[in-house]
Design a protein around this ligand. Structure first.
Ligand SMILES: *Cc1c(COP(=O)(O)O)cnc(C)c1O
Length: 382
């Protein structure tokens, strides 16, 4: 039996006619850049996320970049995030000339460890603190970071928060007072990606910035078109961060199915848990799920040091899996100048050798999930 890590064709098959109709409309209009489809998508994503404004941009990476630019963060400023994330989180901090400060992750959620965050900030002297401009919590694998604590730390010091919600559209965080908020709605900027493998994926690159702040919204809208307003008059330098009409038209179709697909991913996660529970395999640590809504962009297990052998064994049995991420960012060659030692972020380092993402996409059948679990069982017990 074949179980790919992700099967985009299976999803496409279920909505093909609608997608073709929606894209045909764009072909007929011959309007490809921004336009009414992008505006409609912005309104719908703002509503879905629970914010006032959304700006369609060219990718999740550009969503981060333009948010940092609109937050007036630049040369010599300090920005805190984690080393256990997709490259773009830290890459965009570097690209605007700021200095990434990498704080290790919580071993259960893989999100920023807020005790270490607090320790880090408390240990900074005044001059450093004055340059600390932003924190970028990453809602990794589809589960929100500990926002209650992060908001408390940031708000008391006037530090802005930019949520990297690239893997977390529709993910929810429950505050102590019982209120619930969605990823991308809890801070100044929420950054989303529509890369095809995200839960809401386009047919190419795309992204979105969400915000409740009208000034920030206007700034991002201007930055998106080279800082131009009115046309050909530039008060600031922006970039080409625009979203295409075709992508917006496709995303508008897919957005109608997003909650159904997310619930299927969550159900698949429960199926994994039920099947693993029967085996009592102590070598496999299942993903921690807090009391918010985990949207399972990835279902990541932590296994022993034989992780790479397991990955190969799964491949031999027709099962796709992936390592997110094999090299934590504090160990990347391009960040050598930041002078991190491997042991500076031991939890990230440990995760990089022990974690493995298993297939979790919506169209998986029970038999496919069973095959994955049985194969893992035979790797350890066979
Ligand atoms: C995918 C991703 C990004 C970048 O999004 P792109 O659309 O690929 O540029 C940023 N951060 C995280 C955590 C991601 O998973």
């Amino acid at each position: 039996m074949n179980v790919p890590l992700l099967d985009l064709k299976a999803q496409y098959k279920t909505i093909k006619e609608e997608i073709l109709d929606a894209t045909l409309e764009v072909y007929e209009s011959q309007r490809f850049i921004l336009g009414p489809k992008v505006e409609e998508l912005e309104e719908k994503i703002a509503e879905y996320t629970g914010v006032r404004y959304a700006v369609g941009v060219s990718s999740g990476t550009d969503a981060l970049l333009v948010s940092l630019m609109a937050g007036d963060i630049g040369k010599g400023d300090l920005v805190i995030t984690t080393p256990y994330t997709f490259f773009a989180t830290v890459g965009s901090i570097e690209r605007i000339g700021a200095i990434p400060l990498l704080v290790d992750i919580d071993p259960r959620t893989y999100n920023i460890d807020t005790e270490l965050l607090e320790e880090k900030i408390s240990s900074m002297h005044e001059e450093e603190l004055s340059r600390l401009k932003a924190i970028i919590p990453v809602h990794l694998f589809g589960q929100c970071a500990n926002m209650e604590k992060i908001l408390e730390i940031a708000n008391s010091r006037g530090i802005i928060i930019i949520e990297d919600a690239a893997q977390a559209i529709g993910s929810e965080y429950r505050f102590k007072d019982g209120s619930v908020k969605r990823a991308g709605s809890m801070s100044k900027f929420g950054c989303f990606s529509f890369f095809p493998s995200k839960n809401l994926g386009s047919f190419g690159d795309g992204g979105m910035v969400t915000t409740d702040d009208k000034d920030a919204y206007q700034k991002i809208s201007i930055m998106r078109v080279h800082g131009s307003r009115p046309k050909y008059y530039h008060k600031v330098v922006g970039g080409n961060f625009r979203l295409d009409s075709l992508q917006a038209a496709i995303l508008l179709v897919k957005l109608n199915y997003l909650d159904k697909w997310t619930e299927k991913r969550r159900a698949n996660a429960r199926t994994y848990r039920d099947l693993f529970a029967k085996l009592d395999l102590e070598e496999v640590e299942l993903p921690f799920e807090g009391d918010g809504r985990h949207i399972y962009n990835q279902f990541v297990v932590k296994v022993s040091n034989e992780r790479d052998d397991l990955k190969n064994f799964l491949a031999d049995h027709g099962i796709g899996s992936e390592i997110y991420y094999p090299v934590p960012l504090h160990m990347q060659e391009c960040f050598k100048h930041l002078n991190y030692k491997p042991e500076d972020c031991p939890v990230s380092l440990d995760a990089s050798v022990k974690t493995l993402a298993l297939p979790i996409y919506s169209e998986l059948s029970f038999e496919q999930i069973e095959h994955v679990v049985d194969t893992i069982n035979s790797f350890y017990r066979g």
